[in-house]
Design a protein around this ligand. Structure first.
Ligand code: Q9C
Ligand code: ZN
Length: 366
């Protein structure tokens, strides 16, 4: 299976994220993508290629121009204001209650600390000097993977970093800046005139993808994720969110309990795949996360590496072409093996696990 990857993600070299007011070591770090890269390279069955620059147009088909402008300018604006903090993080947020009963505020020129909160969902998505370039490159990875599939590949893996599915039309957050999967899905719809299904198997609900396609009947969004009653993104991901207008019935949320087992998970995968089978279209965009893994530091499911092989196999068994895009997954030592298992399953190759020592050669810390 061909893989699209670029080292541009290394510029998003964050060290900390802020959770409930406290700085903790960042989860969404460069090592994640490098771990996946080295295991796929060692496998031998995954030729790597660089993405092509697709420009701003496919991003602006999905996102508000102001969000793109903000992300492009934020770090430099902070420095220009003489603020010497290591990363741009919001101070105050443009919350619903601020203007309840009033017109919603527009973005105004102003201090970076306030401008950031106009576009941000949370405090756990720091912007550093190389974040914007990395986020643009992740979009190009997704679009280049989509190009390969549209030109005849059955399945292609885009090793996107930073991830994308929490980014909404006018909002970044949840470690995401641009919604790579939504941008790829929209470009496939425009290119083919077909419907597209997005299958989101990240541990978290893809609130951004849901929001972007909420009123769209030509893009099915199906997601299996931790119940928002106990887990981020809290406000969306509930089972009663089914879409509106032309999108009525084209949003499927399957919230799962803590401790979700292989059996429970595979039953949910079958439900999502049944919904996808009922749609037209020949391409599935997969938002692939490994924060469903039993040892993930921010997840609470109980999945094992062999399950990913089976999920990949079942998704491919629908017979549609696959644009597979990396989202989350934070247990660094297992990420490569999990990605390899999923992708080999999707390609109809055997699971054939390699002993853990085979993955960690070269100084991994475990
Ligand atoms: N204690 C993705 O998986 N909250 N994003 C972190 C950690 C944000 C996850 C709290 C989680 C975002 C793409
Ligand atoms: Zn996630």
């Amino acid at each position: 299976m061909r893989v699209v990857y670029t080292p541009a993600h290394l510029g998003h070299d964050i060290t900390h994220e802020t959770v409930m007011g406290v700085q903790i070591p960042a989860n969404e770090v460069a090592e994640r993508a490098e771990r996946i890269r080295s295991v796929l390279e060692a496998d031998g069955g995954f030729p790597f290629e660089l993405p092509a620059d697709h420009g701003e147009a496919p991003i602006l088909a999905v996102h508000e121009p102001g969000l793109l402008r903000f992300l492009a300018e934020a770090y430099a604006q902070m420095r220009a204001e003489g603020v010497m903090r290591p990363a741009v993080i919001a101070e105050a947020f443009n919350v619903r209650a601020l203007t309840e009963g009033m017109p919603a505020p527009a973005e105004r020129p102003g201090a970076i600390s306030g401008r950031t909160g106009f576009w941000a969902l949370d405090t756990s998505t720091p912007i550093v000097a190389g974040s914007y370039t990395a986020a643009r490159a992740a979009v190009d990875v997704a679009l280049s993977a989509a190009d390969l599939v549209l030109s005849g590949e059955r399945a292609v893996y885009g090793l996107c970093r930073p991830p994308g599915h929490h980014a909404a039309r006018s909002m970044y957050g949840g470690y995401c800046f641009f919604n790579n999967a939504a941008i790829a899905a929209e470009s496939i719809v425009r290119e083919t005139g077909e419907s597209v299904a997005i299958l989101d198997v990240d541990y978290h609900h893809g609130n951004g993808t849901e929001q972007i396609f909420w009123r769209r009947g030509d893009v099915l969004y199906a997601s299996i994720h931790a119940d928002p009653a106990r887990q981020y993104p809290y406000y969306l991901g509930w089972a009663d969110e089914t879409g509106e207008g032309s999108g009525a019935g084209a949003n499927l949320n399957i919230p799962m309990p803590a401790g979700t087992t292989t059996e429970q998970y595979l039953a949910a995968v079958d439900r999502a795949l049944d919904a996808i089978s009922a749609t037209t279209g020949s391409v599935i965009v997969v938002s692939l996360g490994f924060d469903t893994y039993g040892h993930d530091p921010i997840g609470d499911f109980a999945l094992t590496t062999d399950v990913y092989h089976e999920v990949g196999r079942r998704v491919a068994a629908l017979g549609r072409r696959l644009v597979i895009l990396q989202e989350g997954g934070y247990h660094r030592p297992s990420l490569g093996a999990n990605a390899r298992a999923w992708l080999r399953g999707a390609e109809g190759r055997s699971y054939d696990p390699v002993p853990a020592a085979g993955f960690t050669a070269g100084g991994a810390t475990g």
